[in-house]
Write a protein that binds this ligand. Structure first.
Ligand code: BGC
Length: 912
């Protein structure tokens, strides 16, 4: 056992490097960027004080000690800021506080802007050399964007700001602190000299952006999505808005696949676009090795400009149209140089397997039904930056069709709709091929053999040491044991790290006695969410990470995240999120990477590699086709098998096959009529039999399940296990959960062999975790150093109070202080809406303002301002707070000291 050090400062540096590399500069007229340190910068937009570190919901709920916004970053790097303007904003923001929204999914997409008078802006222009205008957006879980002002479009306040600033400043740079692409018609309307997407960069995002603004780093990010002139130009726009059902009529023509094939003139900025402060000359050549089924592109990159910088080279393939019809170009490889000094060169060798540019025939039209196929003809390869301008490097001919993988029909739709097809100048539509299968028949013909039950006391440690086999261990498990194993407990189970999303595995006393560890899962893609208030590292968002096109850098960052997880005893991060940016309005796009599946899969694989280096796991999610938040629990995504294989599943496949993913989360919604948590075709046939996945699968939290034709039923864990979705997330109590497992075993609709198979998936996974090492007494420890305000409190949230209708918690011993908090766990026996009545007194002055915010599971449900009370008790009561999880972590946050707490009364006012 040794001690590994995680240096927080190095972690911050690495994340800032990622943020700088993920910034995408799209316009730089007259070279207004970078900004000289001699120039004074006037920063406009309230976002200079309210930087969005991420989007909302589980993917963004990381408690941080400090967020470095753009102005903080600029100051840290010694830039000259117009402080007078900054002070004006500070005063205005003080009077117009950031609106958080009161409920989950309730935070507005944007915030009110400070109105600007001509006098104010012209005075700022007299004092300064350049204006930097920051526009911010958020969205997230249960909250899609809308195509309205203040969401996808700029608000009136933002437009007024741009207009006035443009009028008075000779140089204007716009920064977009957003989750994914937004409408960019403001470029036509206000002609800013520079425009850069800085995305949402986590706790140190502003520093990364500032490095680029000041030229310490030359921008090298590229767009992971196409920016069209209008939202309605997006091929998915005609099909996106369905509430009950969403037929993916654009089929494989998502993003640039559509625009480059059928609608080049609709593109404002193409996929892969991104400027630099320097110039690069790329000279590439290519060759094909038919015997090995690979193409090799060798790209020499020379920095011919005057600044140092990195350059990524993207390789696109144009396949013959054949009978299948193909997109004009498809990304099939990419790599990035090191930082090249002016005059310096680097050579990138990009190896591309034939499978990366094969097409899937889901109808048999090519003569190769249900196979990945390269139709005969000429394959051309283009290398460069954006998809439009990449230059042809090399081509080769195939005289015959080549089948790269023969599969069988899986996950095809069961209802007809028309899908877009290529092959001509205009898109055509044709009826989609339908499923010829029955999941139930497939399942029944592949039932695993049950292990005979034995009486034993074998410990899991005996399996790890090689004394016994895993089969021997599983044979001795009773039905009760097996049922417990497939029930994940949460949220905030006291059996694992406080404030996390789930515990699974050794959740019962007996399993624990048998040496089964409890695995701990914590959200999410942008860093650990610890609802008890413990601070963690907030990472850049998925769109930003993808924009770096830098796999090595991403891996390095996630190696540090892996160490942070180890230090906090977290085994599975609930991320990366890797659904496709099918449409710009999806609220969770910020958690995901790109409209392109190859980029998505490659970046996810890089994150996983980093996490694996620290012995922890990333849970790739949401499997699959989770492309909108509206009605996410019930929406039916109706998608052709080809679009699934080529677009929506492709990234997952890369993460499994190349990234060795061992933990997957299914979706809330339905795919082709079936909730994915019970989809045998998805969770067994495709994932395990075809892709070779050997890990475990969990549901999303409180997900619906059904069998074909049946209604949604959260208690149908039998259907879940039959499909080989191994763990239900989450139940209140694994031992006594009211589900149908026992009844299904009794009536034969679930076999013991199936339950044992899931047990094997879960236990094999757990045996490789640090949780297992802790039981055995092996494994390294991780020590975090230089973490500011290190409040890591092992006891946070560990006090548990039972709540059966009503309880009064004595708070007289709880100390309040500036920026302090107190958290505890409620063991909620009757779920429902509750009120919280806080009683406290204070001897501070009548005008003192002491704010207390009450959080449940990380979401704020009310901020109360106490003034001095002359020592008399004063009470405030929240509105109705939903307590939907048996273990609910409650946190009280105190902005200042001076309060004498008395009690907190919690009462169930409306059971669910
Ligand atoms: C989200 C998941 C998340 C889970 C646990 C769900 O609402 O969809 O992505 O990991 O909650 O917080």
């Amino acid at each position: 056992m040794s001690e590994i050090i995680l240096d927080w400062n190095k972690y911050l540096d690495k994340a800032a490097e990622v943020c700088a590399e993920g910034a995408v500069l799209l316009r730089n007229e007259g070279g207004v960027l970078p900004i000289s340190r001699n120039d004074r910068i006037a920063v406009f937009g309230r976002i200079q004080l309210n930087y969005y570190k991420s989007g909302t919901g589980s993917g963004g709920m990381v408690n941080v000690s400090k967020v470095t916004g753009v102005v903080d970053g600029l100051k840290e790097l010694g830039a000259k800021i117009d402080d007078e303007l900054l002070e004006t904003y500070k005063a205005w923001v003080g009077d117009n506080p950031f609106e958080l929204g009161e409920v989950w999914g309730g935070e507005p997409w944007s915030q009110k802007e400070m109105p600007l008078s001509d006098e104010l802006v012209s005075a700022a222009a007299d004092r300064s050399d350049i204006a930097v205008v920051i526009i911010g957006r958020t969205a997230g879980e249960e909250q899609d964007n809308t195509a309205d002002e203040g969401s996808f479009l700029l608000s009136k306040g933002e437009r007024d700001m741009l207009k006035t600033v443009r009028k008075h400043f000779a140089k204007v740079a716009v920064l977009l602190n957003v989750g994914n692409t937004i409408d960019m018609s403001f470029v036509d309307d206000f002609s800013p000299d520079a425009v850069m997407y800085i995305w949402q960069g986590g706790m140190t995002g502003g520093l990364g952006a500032a490095k680029v603004l000041l030229g310490d780093v030359s921008p090298s990010g590229r767009l992971p999505d196409t920016v069209a002139y209008s939202i309605t130009d997006h091929p998915s726009d005609k099909f996106f808005y369905g509430k009950e059902k969403n037929c993916y009529g654009e089929d494989i023509f998502v993003g640039y696949r559509y625009f480059e094939t059928f609608a080049k003139d609709k593109v404002r900025y193409p996929f892969g676009a991104g400027l630099s402060y320097t110039d690069f000359e790329v000279s590439a050549k290519g060759s094909a090795d038919a015997a090995n089924g690979t193409v090799l592109i060798t790209a020499g990159v020379k920095n011919t400009g005057i600044a140092g910088g990195k350059n990524s080279v993207l390789v696109y393939c144009s396949a013959p149209q054949g009978s299948l019809g193909k997109p004009a170009r498809v990304l099939c490889g990419f790599d990035k140089t090191k930082t090249l000094a002016p005059g310096e060169s680097d050579t990138l060798k990009i190896e591309i397997p034939f499978s990366a540019f094969a097409s899937y025939d889901d109808s048999g039209v090519s003569g190769h039904a249900y196979a990945w196929v390269l139709e005969k003809g000429c394959y051309r390869f283009y290398a460069g930056g954006d998809v439009r301008s990449a230059q042809e490097v090399f081509s080769f001919e195939l005289d015959e069709d080549v089948v790269t993988e023969q599969l069988s029909q899986t996950l095809a739709p069961v209802e007809s709709f028309e899908r877009m097809v290529g092959g001509g100048d205009e898109p055509r539509f044709e009826p989609v091929p339908l499923s010829k299968n029955s999941e139930e028949e497939k399942r029944l013909s592949h039932l695993p053999k049950a292990l005979a039950q034995t009486d034993g006391e074998i410990k899991l440690t005996d399996v790890v040491s090689g004394k016994n086999t895993l089969s021997e261990f599983i044979s001795q498990l009773t039905d009760d044991d097996l049922c417990c194993l497939v029930r994940g407990e949460g949220m905030c189970s006291p059996k694992v790290t406080p404030g996390t999303a789930a515990a699974f595995g050794g959740v019962s006393e007996r399993l624990s006695k048998l040496g089964v560890p409890c695995g701990c899962c914590s959200d999410g893609p942008s860093g650990m969410r610890l609802d008890c208030g413990t601070k963690a590292f907030s990472l850049p968002n998925g769109t930003l990470i993808a924009s770096t096109f830098d796999k090595a850098l991403v891996e390095e960052l996630f190696a540090l995240t892996g160490l942070e997880m180890s230090a906090n005893k977290v085994d599975c991060l609930l991320g990366p999120g890797m659904n496709i940016h099918r449409h710009p309005l999806n609220g969770r796009n910020f958690e995901y990477f790109s409209e392109d599946p190859f980029l998505t899969g490659s970046i996810a694989a890089a994150e996983l590699k980093g996490l694996h280096s620290a012995g922890v796991e990333g849970t790739i999610k949401h499997f699959s086709a989770n492309n909108q938040e509206t009605n996410r629990h019930n929406i039916d995504s109706v998608v052709s098998e080809r679009a699934l294989r080529e677009i929506y599943l492709r990234g997952f496949e890369i993460a499994v096959r190349q990234g060795n993913a061992r933990s997957i989360m299914t979706t809330y919604g339905k795919l082709n009529g079936l909730w994915t948590a019970g989809s045998y075709e998805q969770n067994t046939e495709l994932l395990r039999d075809q892709w070779g996945f050997d890990g475990f699968v969990m549901t999303d939290w409180w997900a619906n399940i059904n069998r074909r034709g049946g209604d949604a039923d959260k208690s149908d864990l039998a259907a879940m296990v039959s499909s080989q979705n191994d763990v239900y997330m989450v139940v209140a109590d694994s031992v006594s959960n009211p589900d149908n497992l026992k009844a299904a075993l009794a009536d034969g609709s679930l076999t013991r062999g199936e339950l044992q198979r899931s047990a094997e998936n879960i236990l094999s996974f757990l045996m490789g975790t640090h949780a297992m090492e802790r039981i055995i007494g092996t494994g390294d420890t991780v020590k975090v150093i230089n973490k500011p305000d290190d409040d890591t409190d092992e006891n946070a949230g560990s006090e548990v109070f039972e709540l059966d209708g009503k309880t009064v918690i004595d708070l007289t011993n709880v100390k309040t202080g500036r920026n302090s908090q107190y958290s505890f766990t409620l063991d909620v026996r009757k779920l429902g809406f509750h009120t919280f009545k806080l009683t406290a007194s204070s001897k501070a002055s009548k005008t003192a303002q002491m704010n207390v915010t009450i959080y449940s599971l990380g979401t704020p449900f009310g901020t109360f301002t106490y003034n001095g009370t002359d020592g008399e008790p004063v009470s405030f009561t929240t509105g109705n707070v939903p307590l939907f999880s048996r273990y609910s972590i409650i946190r009280l946050h105190f902005s200042l000291g001076g309060l004498d707490l008395i009690s907190l009364e919690v009462e169930n006012v409306q059971p669910f």
